[in-house]
Design a protein around this ligand. Structure first.
Ligand code: KIV
Length: 257
């Protein structure tokens, strides 16, 4: 296993893993100063491309953004999401995971679990490609948002999924919108780090979609904390620009050649 990946796996119980998403070079460069993991998430479908969900992002799109991010960072581990439909069976999964790694030079891929694809996840791991797992609310397999682990049956299902992902060889696992006590139980059970999004402070690390936590996306469910309001900041700047252009104050002598 690559050294950077091993390092992340070994950070369990040593420090909280700080993780965020990035889709572009300027954002990735800032994140690299603070994050242990940078994920090129297929959330770019909704956050960047205005799609309804993540169901139809192409592998080319993931590769283009993956390349932009992976080539801009030095420290953080770079993980690229395998898009929906790119890992339907073992051979497609291995072929596409290899392509993502080869074209982007990222460190690992992320695969969502649909409760059946453990053999596919394992085949990618066995081919030498590090895989981050993803259970709970897995957007590629749902149409409607629903918090996970709310009843006993769901709790057992999630615990089973977490163990099976670990057995398949994933080096860490995202728990998305998982009830607090279930996320805590899974985190205590697993040897690999859990990375929570809407899954409580008891996970080994946290991830958010950067556009959400910066107040840019307009998507603010209760698990998102807006750490600033970039929308307001951009609004103010663009308004100033408009006023300057309208009034003829911009460009001025200093901006001229
Ligand atoms: O696509 C994404 O950004 C993700 C994170 C929300 C974990 O999968």
């Amino acid at each position: 296993m690559n050294k950077k990946v091993l390092n992340i796996r070994n950070l369990k119980n040593k420090k909280k893993l700080v993780c965020l998403t990035a889709y572009s070079k300027p954002v990735a460069k800032v994140l690299d100063n603070y994050c242990d993991v940078i994920l090129v998430g297929d959330s770019l479908a909704t956050a960047m491309y205005g799609m309804k969900n993540t169901h139809s992002v192409s592998i080319e799109t993931m590769i283009n953004h993956g390349l932009s991010v992976a080539s801009s960072i030095n420290k953080a581990l770079c993980v690229v999401d395998m898009p929906a439909g790119s890992y339907k069976n073992k051979s497609e999964a291995k072929k596409n995971a290899k392509l993502i790694i080869k074209k982007t030079k990222c460190d690992a891929v992320k695969m969502e679990c649909n409760n059946k694809n453990y053999h596919i996840i394992k085949s990618v791991v066995d081919s030498g490609i590090p895989v981050m797992g993803h259970i709970g609310f897995t957007p590629q397999y749902y149409r409607k948002f629903k918090a996970q682990g709310l009843d006993q049956k769901d709790r057992f299902k999630l615990i089973d999924q977490a163990k099976k992902n670990q057995d398949a060889g994933v080096f860490s696992i995202v728990l998305e919108c998982v009830k607090t006590d279930v996320a805590k139980e899974i985190t205590n059970l697993l040897k690999i780090p859990t990375i929570g999004i809407g899954a409580s402070k008891f996970c080994d690390g946290q991830i958010l979609v950067t556009d959400d936590m910066l107040g840019l996306s307009g998507f603010y469910p209760k698990f998102v904390k807006k750490f600033t309001n970039l929308n307001n900041i951009i609004n103010k700047a663009v308004k100033k620009y408009k006023i300057s252009v309208d009034s003829g104050k911009f460009p001025n002598k200093k901006n001229n050649f």
